[in-house]
Every structure is written in C-alpha cells, then in structure tokens.
Design a protein around this ligand. Structure first.
Ligand code: NAD
Length: 322
C-alpha cells in the first residue's frame, strides 16, 4: 500500500480529503500535515499528523524519505480574496510551497496532486463552455499564481518526468471546515444563514454565474485523476472539472424549494465581484470525462438538500447559538 502525505490537510478540502483517503487506504497510511499546529479533532484522532511548513524543502524531503511516501496531495495555498489583500505574500506562499515540493518530487520520485482553479482564467477567456486549452490572462494575483503553478507542473513533468497531476477546481461547497477566503465562499455561507436566519445578503450580484461543485465530487475528482492511467492523460495537470453552474439568485431559488420563507438580498463587494466577473460562467470538462471518466454525482438541488439536512441536524444538536 502506497503511503500518502497531505500537505495543507487542515483546510477546507484537506480536512475532508484526509478522512476520505484514510477510509480508502487505511488510517496509518495517510499522513496529514499542515503549517497549523492542530487540525480538526477527527483528523488528529484518526491517524498521523506532522506539523510542517511546505516552504521548508529540507523538512519536506526528510518527512517524505523517512515515511517512504509515494503520493502527495499538495493543498497548501492562500485563496483569492486573501491573496488580493497581500499580493507579495500570495506569490511567496503559493509559488514557494509548490516550488519546494516539486524539487523534492524530482529527487524522490513520488506522484503529486496539485489543484488549479477557475481562477486561472481571466477576462479575455471565453466565459461559456470555457475550453480545456484557451486564453489564460488572469488579473488577480491568485490567478497569476495558479497559471504559473500549472506551467511549473508541466515543466517538471516534461523535463524531469515528475508525475504532477491536477484539476481546475470550481468553487467547492462543503460543511465540515469553513472555506479559506475565496471568491465563491458565499455559496457555502448562504446555506448556514438560510438554516439559521432564513435570509442571506450576497456579496456577488444576483446574476453572477460561476462553476461550483459539492465536496464529495471534489474528492472524487482529486482521487480520480490520481488513479488514472498515466498514458491516458492528454493534459496531465489542470483538467477542467465542473458539476454545476449557478448564480446567487438560482441558488436562492433552490433553497426556497426546501425553506420557502428564505429571502436573499444583495450588497455587492467590488473586490470579489471584480474577481468573479473575470471567471468562467461554465467550463467545458469534456477532456476529463474522456481521459479519466470524470462524472459528478451532485447537481444544485441534490447538493442543497444535503447541505440543508446536514446543517439543520447539526444546529439542532448544538443549539442555535453555536
Ligand atoms: P484552505 O485555505 O482552506 O487550506 C489551505 C491549507 O494550507 C490551510 O490549512 C493552511 O494552513 C495550509 N498552508 C498554508 N501555507 C502553508 C505552508 N507554508 N505549509 C503547509 N501548509 C500551509 O484551502 P482549500 O480551499 O482547502 O484549497 C486547497 C487547494 O485547492 C488550493 O490550492 C486552492 O487554490 C485550491 N482550490 C480551492 C477551491 C475552493 O473552493 N476551496 C477552489 C479552487 C481551487
């Protein structure tokens, strides 16, 4: 059984990916790591944890060599809205951590998952049916780091044979750990506010369409591309993957089917609206479907029902004031 290391395991995706992989591959075989000192209680109890700064390539090398790691899920990053507040830090962390781990991958030869994002597109990208290969001129610093990361993974693959794979994730909706400061965070928060207060104020305008995905499908995409046959991957990294595309108004409509009293209003944040306006309305993910059988399970209605069921039960258990 391959040993797996998750770098950035404490975040929105890493927390649920760690649990998922521990179930699939055995608890001892999946090592969680993060710059944070502690993770979600369930992760600390269910398997090994190493506190590690991914910028420190010496420590990364030592951990991977000692533990005989064969697969790394690399999730360390800072997200779009946080990046805009500190562009220098965004470049240093997003590129510094990746560069450090890719160098070690070149030496120790392990397989890597490196997620890109819809943020890797920009205002000159075709917005509807966004192709796999297209114009990528993002004007957010997050997007700049995501395009650079895609290219760096291609470079290490072509020059050194590093098996660095990945997908371009859309906004990910989940209910275990809150999102880390991205432009699509509203699509998670709306369910919390709908269940607690029956109303929500959106920072994106009502007709802003973006690609989205429910967490179970995001985990399926990450593991799917990692388990795909190497020779079938035409693009190797940065596969477009999507599950649904909706606007805040449409998402509110799906919530109203379950919570009829729910109301939405709008107070647009120019920074996050400005970023969202440059991202696709809906990507074309045919290449992922053809090359490694990508297919999501959740649409907007199925996801809304599950999110509302899970949160209603949790809030009822903990009381409304949690
Ligand atoms: P997150 O912000 O929730 O988690 C990132 C984790 O990385 C955090 O636990 C943080 O402590 C850790 N980290 C930061 N710097 C580190 C360092 N130097 N060393 C070790 N760990 C460090 O992010 P996420 O939402 O889980 O995203 C994971 C990846 O997926 C990122 O590359 C992100 O760009 C990408 N992505 C996420 C979404 C989304 O909607 N969540 C969408 C598209 C792409």
């Amino acid at each position: 059984m391959d040993k797996i290391l998750i770098i950035g395991a404490g975040g929105q995706i890493g927390t649920e990916l760690t649990t998922y992989l521990r179930k699939e591959y055995g608890e001892k075989n999946v090592i969680a790591s993060d710059i944070r000192a502690t993770l979600h209680d369930d992760l600390m109890e269910s398997g090994p944890f190493i506190r590690m700064d991914a910028m420190d390539s010496r420590q990364v090398y030592q951990v991977i060599q000692k533990e005989r790691v064969k697969q790394v899920y690399f999730l360390a990053a800072i997200l779009s809205a946080v990046c805009e507040k500190n562009p220098e830090m965004a470049w240093d962390i997003n590129m510094g951590t990746l560069n450090s781990v890719l160098r070690v991958a070149h030496e120790l030869k392990f397989k890597m998952f490196v997620p890109s994002s819809i943020g890797a597109f920009g205002k000159t990208t075709p917005k509807d049916g966004t192709p796999q290969l297209t114009i990528q001129r993002p004007n957010s610093i997050y997007g700049v780091t995501k395009v650079a990361a895609e290219l760096l993974c291609d470079y290490y693959h072509d020059k050194y044979g590093v098996d660095a794979r990945g997908v371009r994730f859309p906004g990910i909706i989940s209910n275990v750990v809150p999102p880390g400061g991205g432009t699509t965070d509203y699509a998670v928060d709306i369910y919390h506010k709908a269940v607690k207060y029956k109303k929500y104020t959106s920072y994106l305008s009502k007709d802003t369409y973006l690609d989205m995905m429910y967490m179970p499908d995001a985990l399926k995409a990450a593991v799917g591309v990692m388990e795909a046959e190497h020779d079938k991957l035409r693009y190797h990294n940065a596969y477009n993957v999507t599950a649904m595309s909706f606007s805040p108004a449409e998402q509110a409509g799906a919530i109203k089917k379950i919570i009829p009293e729910f109301r939405i209003d709008y107070d647009v944040d120019p920074v996050r609206q400005g970023i969202a306006d440059t991202w696709p309305n809906k990507m074309d993910d045919t290449a992922a479907r053809e090359d490694w059988g990508w297919k999501p399970d959740y649409d907007l209605d199925a996801m809304s029902k599950d999110m509302i069921d899970v949160l209603s039960e949790r809030f009822a258990r903990k009381g409304q004031n949690e």
